[in-house]
Design a protein around this ligand. Structure first.
Ligand code: FES
Ligand code: FES
Length: 160
């Protein structure tokens, strides 16, 4: 089937098998390998991207389901060499170690702050509950989201 998906503002078209998963379409067609493929069973959350602003697990979304929708991946966060506040928060608060879960965590929490700019700790923990991090114990991820929420209102974007 021919499928055409808007990924990070660019239309990407390809002939695919109907069973092709969005995570493979993203990684193989435009070559955006920032979206990680972990468990493939909808458990780990490493594959989370935004579909029309909402987090979805791209390992359990078919590419053909995304026709006509806008997909946003982790590569879209940094703009013109400046980090998104959520990226900066992860950096400031040491919210990653191996980094495998990080793309999914970043996109999940980006969506959270877009919808709720000042989340409570409980709301942050609920938002990230669909992701598994084997390194951090989540404490610093929560602190990073709080950091981003506090600094986002000031329009902070850090040059890289
Ligand atoms: S790879 Fe999608 S949830 Fe783990
Ligand atoms: S930083 Fe290693 S799994 Fe989260």
């Amino acid at each position: 089937m021919e499928v055409s998906i808007n990924i990070n503002g660019q239309q990407v078209s390809r002939d695919v098998e109907p069973r092709m998963l969005l995570v493979h379409f993203i990684r193989e067609t435009p070559g955006l390998t920032g979206t990680h493929w972990g468990c493939d069973t909808s458990n780990c959350g490493a594959c989370v991207v935004l579909m029309d602003g909402k987090p979805v697990k791209s390992c359990t979304t078919l590419a053909v389901m995304c026709e006509g929708h806008e997909i946003r991946t982790v590569e879209s966060l940094e703009v013109d060499g400046r980090l998104d506040p959520i990226q900066q928060g992860f950096h400031e608060m040491h919210a990653l170690q191996c980094g495998f879960c990080t793309p999914g965590m970043l996109m999940t929490t980006r969506a959270l702050l877009d919808e709720n700019p000042n989340p409570t700790e409980e709301e942050i923990r609920t938002a990230i509950s669909g992701g598994i991090c084997r390194c951090t114990g989540y404490k610093n991820i929560v602190a990073a989201v709080k950091w981003a929420a506090e600094h986002e209102s000031a329009g902070v974007r850090q040059e890289v």
